[in-house]
Design a protein around this ligand. Structure first.
Ligand code: 16G
Length: 240
């Protein structure tokens, strides 16, 4: 409730009120919130004040504005553990979401020098390059581009990488995935990325680079993934 005699600014009180409704699930993701006019009439406060509260909640990612439609409660971010060498398919299935893939590129190529070095390949050894949009319940979450040695994947079919690469490696090829290194950086979506991920150009994204080896030590993938920062948060357990 708004207390006009409080030293706490009114926009801040309204902000806290809406935040509480979201956190208490009284307002759910996708719900449209009342208009500026409704808030200003309900609490007898100026529309400027309402706008300030709503702008702050949009900036903080609690609300999203859709031009011509209204302002809505933002979708909850997926919480992704940083430890654990899991695949996109496993991660989504563990949450009860349906993973799908849009394959943008699948080709056999001579790797760029840095990829060749990381995968410890000799000149003349080819890699499969795949660029995949990974979706959860039909919503694009990440754009992933991976390089995997041909020597490991053999005569893999395009259809396979529309599903799970890790399942193919473990179940079909019967190879053991060992350990990897993952680097997380902040970035912003460029034009092409923003179109693919259905976000605004310049919107924040999380850049994740993964380099993975089989249990026998052989490097098997170099991956760069761009995750939507409005849909993902990363979590890690720490000890002392
Ligand atoms: C994750 C991994 C990626 C791996 C993919 C396999 C990151 C940054 N990326 O997206 O390295 O290739 O899972 O998923 O974590 P799949 O088995 O569903 O094809």
């Amino acid at each position: 409730m708004i207390d006009k005699n409080s030293p706490i600014p009114i926009y801040y009180q309204l902000e806290a009120e809406i935040k509480q409704l979201i956190e208490g699930k009284k307002l759910k993701p996708g719900d449209m919130i009342p208009s500026e006019r409704e808030y200003s009439e309900r609490f007898n406060i100026s529309r400027m004040t309402v706008r300030q509260a709503i702008n702050n909640l949009v900036k903080d990612g609690y609300l999203v504005r859709q031009r011509g439609k209204g302002t809505f409660v933002a979708e909850e971010k997926l919480e992704q553990k940083l430890q654990g060498l899991t695949s996109f398919t496993e991660d989504m299935q563990a949450r009860g979401l349906v993973p799908t893939t849009r394959l943008l590129e699948f080709s056999l190529m001579d790797p760029p020098a840095d990829v060749r070095n990381q995968l410890q390949l000799d000149r003349g050894e080819n890699v499969f390059k795949m660029e995949r949009v990974r979706l959860a319940d039909g919503i694009p979450m990440a754009l992933e581009s991976s390089y995997v040695p041909q020597q490991i994947l053999g005569d893999i079919k395009e259809e396979t990488v529309r599903h799970s690469l890790y399942q193919y490696i473990e179940h079909t090829l019967q190879l053991d995935i060992g350990q990897g290194t993952q680097v997380l950086e902040a970035s912003v979506a460029r034009k092409r990325e923003s179109e693919i991920l259905e976000i605004k150009e310049g919107a924040p994204v999380l850049l994740m680079k993964r380099y993975t080896r089989l249990k026998n030590g052989q490097p098997f993938e170099v991956v760069k993934s761009i995750y939507r920062a409005d849909r993902y948060k990363f979590i890690i357990n720490i000890h002392r």
